[in-house]
Design a protein around this ligand. Structure first.
Ligand code: AMP
Ligand code: TRP
Length: 327
């Protein structure tokens, strides 16, 4: 049997370049390697843990938008299983089972829980506290061993491994310990240059943005903060714009940008205009492909994905319930 890969992402709508560089490019690479059995899931229950951010009325549209981005980026329903979390409801039952071996203190110490409490002190709900347990259930329902994610998810994965160890200890060997798979861009900074790129901080550039919007947002990007005057030499290694050049620009341009920045021959405005050109060129094919998927087609893909995932989920749940003395 092929090693199983699982990843999920909240349906926040159109995906940004942080999602792509940090996660989606690995979803596609793992799928195309032919060595793995890949499941990619749009985690709508997770989105509901912070309803105020996502907005319930946007959820269905966001799911379609996100799936369109995934397909345009190269996910292929013939090679990977692409589905919506709530369409395979066994995950909620597994979450309850796993909650019996999850220490509450660990959930309360989770960095993203603390951060969300800070941002939304008026809506600290039980679902939010249980977010990592549901994430563990996502992965373990399919006994996945490889989990492509960005760096911000490492603490959640550590907790999933802890849950596995406790479950296996109490009920016998059942789950493998899932390992993260990072890309070489595990933490993409936002256009503010200060925080990680994210929807909630409104510091993002969508993959599907049009060319002028991309140009405008790249123009707003904060560059090397130590370079105050046009004539100051810059430090590419601490510049977010240079980081993105490394992904989007051809090698000769990356080398020229680095040299031009260090010698102050190249100004930040010009450097950003070059990046916007390269981003628009690299993303042109993605954007054209994206426009070819109808909503009906996307719904079919997601329904078929859930049909493929359900028997796997059912088998794990039966095993778990049996081991826990429930069946
Ligand atoms: P989210 O949209 O927060 O559900 O994230 C979906 C996936 O993208 C997860 O694997 C995240 O770790 C990854 N991701 C989100 N934002 C970034 C970022 N700024 N840099 C790298 N990876 C990211
Ligand atoms: N917590 C992840 C995020 O915010 C989304 C997620 C849910 C996930 N379940 C998962 C990621 C399982 C990997 C595996 O991005």
């Amino acid at each position: 049997m092929k090693t199983r890969v699982f990843s999920g992402a909240r349906p926040t709508g159109r995906q940004h370049i942080g999602n792509y560089l940090g996660a989606i490019q690995n979803y596609v690479a793992l799928q195309n390697s032919g060595e793995f059995d890949c499941l990619y899931c749009i985690v709508d229950y997770h989105a509901l843990t912070t309803m105020e951010e996502v907005g319930v009325s946007h959820l269905r549209g966001n799911i379609i938008d996100m799936a369109a981005d995934w397909l345009a980026a190269g996910l292929d329903p013939n090679k990977a299983t692409i589905f919506v979390q709530s369409h395979v409801p066994q995950v909620t039952e597994l979450m309850l089972c796993l909650s019996m071996v999850t220490p509450i203190g660990q959930l309360m110490r989770s960095p993203s829980f603390k951060e969300k409490v800070k941002h939304h002190p008026d809506n600290v709900n039980y679902g939010l506290l249980g977010y990592p347990v549901l994430m563990a259930a996502d992965i373990l329902l399919y006994k996945a061993e490889v989990v492509p994610v960005g760096e911000d998810q490492l603490a959640h994965l550590e907790l999933a491994r802890e849950i596995v160890r406790r479950f296996n200890y109490h009920f016998g060997p059942t789950f493998p310990e899932p390992q993260p798979r990072l890309t070489s861009f595990p933490r993409v900074m936002g256009i503010d240059g200060k925080y990680k790129m994210s929807k909630s901080l409104d510091n993002y550039i969508e993959l599907a943005a049009d060319e002028p919007t991309t140009r405008e947002l790249v123009g707003q990007m904060v560059t090397d903060p130590t370079r105050r005057l046009r004539t100051d030499p810059g430090h590419p290694e601490i510049c977010n714009v240079y980081t993105l050049h490394r992904f989007f620009s051809p090698p000769a341009r990356v080398a020229a940008v680095e040299q031009g920045c260090r010698s102050a021959a190249l100004g930040c405005v010009e450097c950003k205009a070059m990046l916007a050109d390269d981003m628009n060129a690299q993303l042109a094919e993605f954007r054209a492909r994206r426009a070819t998927f109808s909503e009906d087609y996307i719904r079919d893909v997601l329904n078929e994905g859930a049909k493929k995932a359900a028997p796997l989920a059912e088998a794990t749940l039966l095993e778990v319930k049996g081991k826990m003395g429930l069946a």
